[in-house]
Design a protein around this ligand. Sequence first.
Ligand code: ZN
Length: 261
Amino acid sequence: MSNSPLAKLSVPAHIGNYTRGRSSKITKITLHHMAGVLSAKRCGELFQAGGRNGSAHYGIGNDGTIAQYVPETDTAWADGNWNSNCTSVSIETSNSATGGDWKVSDAALRSLIKLCADIAKRNGLGKLVAGKNLTWHSMYSATACPGPYLKSKMDYIAAEANKINYPEKEEIEVKVNGINTLRLTDYLVIYNIGNYTGTNQWGVEVAFDSNCVAISDPVCWVGNMKIPSGGFVLSGHNKAGNWIAENIKKGTKLNLSATVK
Ligand SMILES: [Zn+2]
């Protein structure tokens, strides 16, 4: 366990406002709003006062600055629910206006997304899902926190954080020598008609689905591969076969915008 490098400010909470250590593994993030327009420092100062009986691990100011109040290895008192506190990393986010839907600034929202991604990655939470491992205060106790605006953004926050941790695979641009043509020496050919490629064993072949994503790893020196329904087989002889073996594996996405050499 560690703390987020995104926190540029440390405002340690009073030891009377949280519990040292943790009794459970971190399994989720819990979001809160500050119910006010505050800087990250100002929110931290509230938790520095003894007798507050409350704290959070992180706070995000209206300008997007992230502060640390309680180390992730300790148990912040944030959710009004001991079991939830034991398994959560909690974040307070400043509002940009008071009342109404308790809006949050775009800068604070952006910082929140980055922080959620970082917490999820370091703690092995996997992909974030709103209501599962990306949670909010009112799931655990009777409160209006985190307000209508942040609550309406939960799916968006999860999706944006997942984009940071699981970026779309880069596409490999490829030019082939032909489509459904004979695979001559060093040729790279696409086959998308019929049931099989009809090629001999002197090449490397890999099947793609209709989204140009490789269905499996390349198959070397077998030939006559089955053409998947709606997809195609990329087939390479000799040098082109070696190129396939070196550059393509299951999940690789091809960009066929400039298809034929
Ligand atoms: Zn709250």
